[in-house]
Design a binder for this molecule. Structure first.
Ligand code: KG4
Ligand code: ZN
Length: 352
């Protein structure tokens, strides 16, 4: 019997196993991470090796440099994840891996490691979408949270409003028609000469500033659940360049604050409106920009006003990590989804 046929049987048997241990791998961008997750909710270990310091000198992620550093890190992280979880290789029931979306060379490192591991241990391999992982970061942060709920997905590559109907059933309600919001945070930070990654830097700096510039998000999508952020990004970048050309002083904190106020307002308005309409009584934020303190503050306040419960992942599960992939792998397995063959390959873009 070939690998996939054998795994079909093992995979479906896992559905009824009392405790399922998943070894998860994430390498889609500049974080190499390996985690051990029990029953989709309990994180036994979550080791993250960040490459931020390596890429900072370039002002952003250099894909080839990221791939090479994933290769250097992954074996040791695997050993560490097992040691911290206090388990042996033989205790792993399945391997879950991010196969997309992300940087292709970076993804391939995790995918190939996962394939070799699953094949050598003769256990199932589960292919997980990175974006789905971000949603599942909430299941490990809030033990009682379950679908259905409304979701605001805000990361470096995605900005969307989703209806999460079941653990693996979603409806796309709206999305960005141009830039992802994380991308805009990073670009604005760059023009302000702040270190990479820009989002957390803008978040920090904005606390010392005031919204004196009143930048605004385009009105064209006002009555929809779609977003457009490229206009405000360009407006801020042009504003700063203009000031610099004229040798005029700029107050970076005020610019950061004015930009952040406008984008968080837009995200908050639409996300909470949809949550109310969804009648689920719950709004969940997911993805790296979900770490933004002002966004969370606004979402919490507006949810309260509207009788909606608000959930955000704890900070360490908000940005890229393997624990969320382990959680996603478990819930996919429960639905009989995601079993991959040994010819699994990485994809730069994937549907949710
Ligand atoms: O989800 P993530 O870690 O990776 C992707 O899947 O893209 O998101 C990374 C993005 C980056 O653009 C980063 O600047 C942004 O999340 N980010 C933040 C904050 N922390 C991370 N943006 C705003 N405020 C933050 N505190
Ligand atoms: Zn991510």
């Amino acid at each position: 019997m070939n690998y996939y046929k054998r795994m079909e049987q093992k995979f479906s048997a896992l559905k009824n196993k009392k405790d399922v241990i998943i070894l998860a791998i994430e390498s889609s961008c500049d974080e190499t991470s390996v985690a051990v997750v029990k029953n989709g909710r309990e994180v036994l270990s979550n080791i993250v090796a960040s490459q931020i310091d390596i890429h900072r000198r370039f002002g952003g992620v250099v894909p080839e440099v990221a791939s090479r550093n994933h290769i250097l890190a992954i074996s040791n992280l695997f050993e560490e994840a097992l040691a911290v979880a206090d388990i042996d290789k033989a205790d792993i029931d399945a391997v879950a891996v991010t196969y997309g979306a992300g940087l292709i060379g970076a993804l391939l490192v995790g995918v190939n490691f996962a394939k070799a591991l699953a094949y050598s241990l003769d256990i199932p391999l589960i292919a997980v979408s990175h974006v789905y992982g971000h949603i599942c970061a909430n299941y490990i942060s809030h033990q009682k949270l379950s679908p259905p709920f409304a979701c605001l997905m805000v990361s470096g590559g995605h900005t969307a409003i989703l209806q999460v109907e079941d653990y693996f059933a979603f409806k796309l309600v709206g999305s960005t028609v141009d830039d992802a919001v994380g991308e805009c945070f990073d670009k604005v930070a760059r023009v302000l000469d702040l270190p990479y990654p820009g989002g957390p830097e803008i978040d920090k700096l904005a606390k010392q500033g005031q919204n004196i510039y009143h930048f605004s998000v385009s009105n064209a999508l006002k009555n929809t659940y779609n977003f457009s952020f490229s206009g405000i990004k360009t407006a801020v970048v042009n504003f700063v360049h203009n000031k610099m050309q004229k040798n005029e002083q700029i107050n970076k904190a005020d610019i950061a604050c004015s930009f952040q106020e406008a984008v968080t307002e837009e995200l908050c308005e639409k996300a909470v409106k949809n949550a109310v309409e969804s009648k689920t009584g719950k709004l969940v934020v997911a993805g790296g920009v979900g770490a933004n303190s002002r966004l969370k503050e606004k979402l919490l306040a507006k949810c309260k006003e509207n009788g909606v419960d608000f959930y955000a992942p704890v900070l360490k599960y908000c940005t890229d990590n393997a624990a969320m992939i382990g959680s996603a792998g478990y819930f996919m397995m429960k639905k009989g989804l995601g079993l991959a063959d040994i010819n699994l390959t990485a994809k730069a873009n994937v549907e949710l």
